[in-house]
Design a protein around this ligand. Structure first.
Ligand code: HEM
Length: 215
């Protein structure tokens, strides 16, 4: 078994606060939206919790962002980006998840300290963290106090537009968590990736040397 340190402490702290916070935001968000159907807590309490958790997660986001911006990760991750190689690697990864995994083939992606994500994770995590999460935090902030931010809200097309975007992204995240947790369970054991996000170390089965494979 080969152990590779891939999730430094700031990323792990950010991740688990974020995961818990998103689940609570989904529950309190549903309570705000469907106050007459769900009876988990009062409408006022649901709004209060939803706002405070939202603010905590906006602050928490900066642990993730600043960690990647202020360490060598960003400059080391990107120079190796080669569009053709990236495209081929993506196709190989899609083939693995839709076919190879069911035939017991090994994962084509091998975790290394500066290559912890497969091509699908790379593109998905960047879209989520650099686009969708900030838009969700931004629309949440505007809806928190529509009077204070009225000029922004109007510039974006009004409360209806801002709240529709917020709800659509909520639906995206409710589905994202389910798919993300499913994909998280596809390590060499069902719990391997979850353990890695707690200890920092990803474990992979070491490949046998060619001579041993032939034998
Ligand atoms: C119950 C909730 C969640 C669980 C159990 C969970 C689990 C995991 C696991 C096991 C990993 C490491 C393996 C992998 O990269 O696939 C991971 C990474 C990641 N997760 Fe989650 N997750 C949850 C919620 C979320 C949410 C709500 C978000 C974003 C809004 C998120 C964003 C990410 C990102 C960006 C990474 C890569 C982090 C990095 O190394 O920079 N996760 N998650």
């Amino acid at each position: 078994m080969q152990r590779t340190y891939v999730h430094p402490l700031p990323v792990r702290i950010w991740h688990w606060i974020n995961a818990l916070g998103f689940v609570l935001l989904i529950v309190t968000g549903l309570q705000v939206r469907y106050a007459d159907i769900l009876g988990l807590l009062s409408f006022e309490m649901a709004i209060k919790f939803h706002n405070w958790i939202g603010f905590a997660l906006i602050a928490n986001y900066f642990i993730w962002l600043l960690f990647y911006l202020l360490t060598d990760k960003v400059s080391v991750y990107h120079p190796e980006l080669d569009a053709r190689k990236y495209f081929n690697d993506t196709l190989r990864q899609i083939r693995f998840y839709s076919y190879g995994i069911f035939r017991g083939e090994p994962n084509p992606h091998h975790v290394r300290p500066y290559a912890k994500f497969n091509p699908l994770q790379k593109v998905m995590y960047q879209i989520v963290m650099l686009l969708i999460v900030p838009v969700q935090f931004g629309t949440g902030l505007l809806l928190w106090d529509v009077t204070r931010f009225s000029s922004w809200v109007e510039a974006l097309g009004g409360v209806r537009v801002v709240s529709t975007v917020h709800v659509l992204i909520f639906i995206f995240f409710a589905s994202f968590i389910l798919i993300h947790v499913y994909l998280g369970s596809l390590g060499h054991t069902a719990s391997a990736h979850f353990k890695a996000m707690m200890t920092g170390y990803e474990e992979e089965l070491e490949e046998a040397p060619p001579a041993a494979q032939a034998g």
